[in-house]
Design a protein around this ligand. Sequence first.
Ligand code: GDP
Ligand code: IMO
Ligand code: MG
Length: 429
Amino acid sequence: MKVDVLLGLQWGDEGKGKIVDVLSANYDIIARFQGGPNAGHTLEMDGFKHVLHTIPSGIFHSDTLNVIGNGVIIDPFILKKEIGLLKGRGINPFDNLVVSKRAHLILPSHRLLDAVNEKSRGNEKIGSTLKGIGPTYTDKTARNGIRIGDIFAPDFRDRYNHLKDLHLKTATSTGIDPTQFSIDGASFEEYERQWFEAIETVKLIKQVDSEYLINEALKEGKSVLAEGAQGTLLDVDFGSYPYVTSSSTISAGVCTGLGVSPNKIGKIIGVFKAYCTRVGSGPFPTEQINADGEQMRDLGHEFGATTGRARRCGWLDIPALNYSVMINGVTELVIMKADVLSCFDKIKVCTAYKFEDQLTDKLSYEAVQAEVTPVYEEFEGWKSDLTKAKTESALPDSFINYIKYIEKQTGVGISMVSVGPDRLQTIER
Ligand code: GDP
Ligand code: IMO
Ligand code: MG
């Protein structure tokens, strides 16, 4: 068996969580391979809505094992909260959740550093979720990090204090007083206290060598789906640097984030919205800072699942989608949220950019950093409610044309169509 991969092709929030939940019934294992609680994956079923940050989106399926892989970074305080919320829904995550001993810990002082770094950037802010992502991955690659497996070590406290002191020194050296920042409304000391309490809860999660677990499961014929966080255009190498996150969000990240070789990768399922959104700073060629963008935001409820921030909205960007298809080797597409566009008479799609008086359909190093002007093609809107459609034959012709156009432009088939947030509002083609 091979590991199938599901990931986002835009700037995150494409609807990955919903589709992983839908597909979980077909998989033995769901594994997160990168990112941390900067992610917010929304699941809707039986009239309720649930947001996951660290725990994989297969957790509502009791027969599915959920793996937090070595490439993920973990804030115990946030993870404990997630566990509590699941218990409130009658789910006991200790039954079907395991965590890699190699996954790194987000310390309270990583979060403090994140805030200090953002503040010191002045007008050039990344728009980080301030969950400590950048500083934690920095410590991982600088070989200073502390891992989940270390929480049982007798010198855990000492190592924690050593790293914290280093962070506080770094923060103070920027000239910004780190004590002026609170973390999720709590003082540093209070957050630290709760963080250590949460470590006791994290100790109850079964720790594994997830690379062995997954490779042995594949040998036994078990099916595995890797769940991406963020999106391809936020990838640390291929996103609009420096307005990116600090991990490999692309299919290659599955190999390092779970310990599986490239020849064990199977299907690569790319999820995208029928339009585009971005939260945080950075280039967004098709952004609509006008009534169209506001309508997308209102009807699509485009507010961050992690931070509540309003998401920037704009038309579908084919050059960017093709870039993501290329980088990931996408083998099938899933289109999300076309129901949100039902109010528009005309739907626009960007097919190329005008850059230095030339037309290009490439996200070159130069084009990504320049002010490019999108060139649009216009489509008839579908002007009908898609949310009740159960089969492809119930979808209007104008929407089917839109789907076929995207398939032609990308060279990849659309295998699923999502027409609403609920797990049942999903059409397989
Ligand atoms: P993720 O981070 O990729 O898992 O996506 P988020 O959960 O951050 O954001 C997607 C949002 O769109 C959530 O509020 C979902 O409930 C919602 N959603 C998912 N699919 C659809 C859809 O097809 N139509 C509509 N209207 N909402 C959707
Ligand atoms: P999911 O998994 C959307 C964005 C932030 C910011 C940049 C860097 O829900 O799709 P970071 O906190 O990583 O330092 O922020 O990346 N970002 C996301 N945007 N969805 C996400 O995750 C995101 N995770 C990070 O807004 O612009
Ligand atoms: Mg999200």
